[in-house]
Design a protein around this ligand. Structure first.
Ligand code: KIV
Ligand code: ZN
Length: 523
């Protein structure tokens, strides 16, 4: 009989990041290949053990991204997801074979409701598919993970039969996902204890947790699963993912680190990189991080009330259970000004964790100088916004060239906007119900489209009235969501950039699907 007691004082728990697969699957979080590579680099450097890079059969783009991540990653295992069909598995095998350490992750639903309505298959047919799919994957790679989709709503006897068969067919990791975010911590822990106790060959595989956050319990459930004997945690940066998201990597890692007295496990994550990873994922997905989000929210280490501030001044341990430094939050500092030179700027970027090519560095330096001309005080956050912005917009085909806005009480508010569309400049004037509306109407006049604006959000990158404004925009079109972000000391310029960034993604998708529609400039 297996035991849930860790075999060593500090049992190693493997961190499996699925930001690029389950995270990217959530509406609007689509990343370009270049962005996926940036995220993969940070995950690898941070010490993530396994990177799930995508779902290779889903599209050519997904396949190419998994290949590119597999070729690039130095340390982590790289995996691609596959359904139980042979084509899926072969495609995943083809994509990950470029990795130094490849894994195929194949899954199949096992719950009564999924088998009946989604798969329309009997339990025996499903069991046969488990064996066939794992066997096929094992013929391609040595490292195979099998997931029982909707595992937490699966009948125990059947779950045990599937797990035993998957291990026998060669699965080296068994994942029991809480696909619909339904379980509770004590129940999930008991599920792993039950499976590990009942399945005769359970000791031949590593067990894995994969939790969705529909009831806000994904992180608690993940840790409970580890207490039940799982030794792999599947999670995403900032908790992005389907519906309410996946378990947040940064919360899991910091819970284990901070409460190591009651969670005696170890991860290989360099926690000082958590903030950097969070900002990067927020930038490339254009998903803002909630202010009060644990670990990486901008208020996570802010102490506002007088009583708390007084306590903090006397001893930081009064209200601080972990230090900002431990998750890579640097105290906001006055860093540079318009007289700072190239070398100081290069040093600062290195300190902030960026590795830029000479061309990227030169471009960032020019933009830093432009910003320094407009803004007296430049903080680390300003530099991060400046570089991240460039990363987010590097593939954009439509860019803001100039913008002049008439605003104030004497309407109508109007915008004169010039855009660069694939090298062609177009200028229009438009009015609107307020300056932001005028700017967006000007964009619509140049690039006619019928997307619906679902979200418009502004926040200041730092303090001060000359702070850069970071704007997030979400557009809805063709049944898809497209998000965009822009940063600039002028809120209206960042609004235009953010709207265009989302529109760039929309147009790129349309052109991918209907190449005959021609270039943006021709529309
Ligand atoms: O939530 C889920 O069940 C999944 C599986 C594909 C692992 O994402
Ligand atoms: Zn999932």
């Amino acid at each position: 009989m297996t035991t849930t007691t860790p075999t060593s004082a500090k049992d190693r728990v493997v961190i499996f990041d699925t930001t690029l697969r389950d995270g990217e699957q959530c509406p609007g979080a689509t990343m370009t290949l270049e962005e996926k590579l940036q995220v993969a680099d940070v995950l690898d450097e941070m010490g993530v053990d396994i990177i799930e890079a995508g779902f290779p059969i889903a599209s050519i783009g997904d396949f190419e991204a998994v290949v590119a991540v597999a070729q690039r990653v130095k340390n982590a295992v790289v995996t691609g997801l596959a359904r139980a069909g042979m084509n899926d598995i072969d495609r995943a095998g083809e994509a990950v074979r470029h990795a130094r350490r490849p894994r195929i992750h194949t899954f199949l639903s096992t719950s009564p409701v999924h088998m009946k309505h989604k798969l329309q298959k009997s339990p025996d047919e499903v069991l046969a598919m488990v064996v066939a799919s794992v066997t096929r994957a094992r013929n391609l790679v040595d490292d195979v993970e099998w997931s029982a989709e909707d595992g937490t709503r699966t009948e125990h006897d059947f779950l045990c039969r599937c797990v035993e068969a998957a291990i026998k067919a060669g699965a080296t990791t068994i994942n029991i996902p809480d696909t619909v975010g339904y379980t509770a911590p004590h129940e999930y822990k008991a599920l792993f204890e039950m499976v590990r106790a009942r399945v005769p060959n359970a000791d031949k595989a590593v067990f894995s947790v994969h939790c969705h956050n529909d009831l806000g319990m994904a992180v608690a459930n993940s840790i409970a699963g580890v207490e039940g004997g799982a030794r792999q945690i599947e999670c995403t940066i900032n908790g992005i993912g389907e519906r309410a998201g996946n378990a947040a990597l940064e919360e899991i890692v910091m819970a284990i680190k901070t409460r190591n007295d009651i969670f005696p496990y170890e991860t290989g994550i360099d926690t000082k990189m958590l903030t950097r990873a969070s900002k990067l994922v927020s930038t490339v997905t254009s998903f803002p991080v909630q202010y009060n989000k644990a670990i990486v929210g901008r208020n996570a280490f802010a102490h506002e009330s007088g009583i708390h501030q007084d306590g903090m001044l006397k001893n930081t341990q009064t209200y601080e259970i972990m230090t900002p430094d431990s998750v890579g939050v640097k105290s906001t500092s006055l860093v540079m000004g318009k007289h700072s030179g190239r070398n100081a700027f290069k040093d600062k970027l290195k300190h902030l964790g960026y590795q830029l090519s000479d061309n990227q560095l030169e471009d960032a330096f020019v933009r830093f100088k432009e910003l320094a001309d407009r803004k007296k005080v430049i903080y680390d956050e300003d530099i991060e916004a400046l570089v991240d912005e460039k990363i987010a917009h590097s593939q954009d085909r439509m860019k803001v060239m100039s913008l002049l806005v008439v605003a104030g009480t004497m309407g109508p508010q109007a915008a004169t906007l010039t855009l660069d569309l694939d090298g062609v400049h177009k200028t229009v004037q438009a009015s609107g119900n307020g300056p932001v509306d005028a700017v967006f109407n000007a964009i619509k006049a140049i690039v006619p489209h019928e997307a619906v604006l679902e979200l418009y959000q502004v926040h200041a990158v730092t303090q001060g009235t000359d702070a850069q404004a970071e704007v997030s925009v979400r557009l809805q079109a063709d049944g898809n969501t497209f998000t965009g972000k822009g940063a600039d000391p002028d809120t209206l310029v960042s609004s235009a950039k953010a709207y265009l960034s989302a529109l760039n993604k929309l147009i790129a998708k349309r052109e991918r699907l209907h190449p005959q529609h021609g270039t943006v400039a021709a529309e």
